[in-house]
Design a protein around this ligand. Structure first.
Ligand code: MRU
Length: 325
């Protein structure tokens, strides 16, 4: 599964908005198009946004002031730290006289390696036959290979494990329905799609052994920003005594954020709730909508944060520092 191609100095992305119905590749030829691709979720998922922005910075560096370009692309989506982390890597590479395309390729290769390690650590916590609940899409479409939240499942499948996965549809942009179920079906993994409000029922029925989710930013105290709705799953998991695992590369930890209150949460156009993926709007034009894209999961609800550098257990404040810094 690939979300990005860089061939003959040309940058292409798979338009994830059209999945699973159409696999359409788009060439990105300007910084405005790159901004738009991130902002409209043609390319999405924290690590994938970072890798894409790295290539976009490298490709459009000659026609633009690199600092301005960084600021511009960073503003396309504020919550996932991977975006500004990757654009900063390109700025630093330029200051050090490195080849920027090589640096973008390194970011991509490192992403694959980080996801492979996250997947290995995550898989060590699971048993063959486990029932897994996941939210949004934190698989290969959201990264360069394996993914984060889905990584242990994809790696496990390669190693002969069988999992039963329940994928929340993930309102309002349906990443769980459109992307996770598509990706897991293609990988041959048993997946069942459920509406977001069914999570409690599948947990109560004893169908879920662990919850696995990706993340967009991790604060120093272990609070994590994840796709909207994730914090409710964490509360449910605590109630039903199910392990709740957050998976992400070390670069997702932002020690400048002391806790979740310091994380900027992207708010998207409310019309997405009424209009995206519906034939007709589901509410009146004048009905107000509130559409935050992420919410913060309190660290007290998280069993472990699984990074490429290792599995971090509470107390997160101390253990994140020791594992990552
Ligand atoms: O809005 P999206 O689709 O970019 O949100 C994606 C998520 O929330 C993912 O779970 C997160 O970025 C981690 S992706 C490996």
């Amino acid at each position: 599964m690939k979300n990005l191609k860089f061939i003959n100095n040309k940058l292409y992305i798979l338009d994830q908005r059209l999945l699973p119905n159409e696999e359409k590749w788009i060439e990105i030829t300007s910084k405005e198009q790159a901004y738009n691709a991130i902002h409209t979720l043609m390319v999405r998922g924290a690590p994938a946004i970072g890798v894409f922005a790295g290539f976009a910075m490298a490709v459009f560096a000659n026609e633009n002031n690199l600092y301005e370009l960084k600021k511009y692309l960073d503003s396309a989506r504020p919550t996932a730290v991977n975006l500004s982390w990757a654009t900063q890597r390109i700025v630093t590479a330029s200051q050090n006289g490195k080849n920027l395309i090589d640096e973008a390729r390194s970011i991509q290769e490192e992403d694959i390696e980080m996801c492979r390690k996250i997947s290995t650590h995550g898989l060590s916590l699971l048993k063959d036959g486990d029932g897994i609940l996941t939210h949004c899409n934190a698989g290969e479409l959201a990264a360069s290979k394996y993914g984060t939240g889905l990584g242990p499942l994809i790696l496990g499948q390669e190693k002969g494990y069988s999992f039963r996965v329940f994928s929340d549809e993930t309102r309002p942009l349906l990443q769980g329905a459109r992307l996770t179920s598509y990706e897991l079906e293609k990988a041959g993994i048993d997946v069942t799609l459920i509406c977001d409000n069914m999570a409690s029922l599948v947990m109560k029925k004893g169908l879920i052994d662990a919850v696995l989710v990706g993340c967009d930013r991790i604060a120093a105290n272990g609070d994590t920003a994840n796709k909207i709705g994730t914090s409710a799953l964490a509360v449910l998991a605590k109630y039903y005594d199910i392990p709740f695992y957050v998976l992400g590369p070390y670069s997702t930890v932002d020690f400048d954020c002391r806790n979740g209150d310091d994380i900027v949460i992207e708010e998207r156009n409310g019309d997405e709730i009424k209009e995206m993926y519906f034939k007709n709007p589901t509410a009146l034009k004048e009905t107000k909508c509130f559409n935050p894209s992420f919410d913060v999961t309190d660290h007290s609800l998280i069993t472990a944060i699984i990074t490429d550098k290792g599995i971090v257990y509470p107390p997160f404040e101390k253990n994140l520092k020791e594992t990552i810094k």
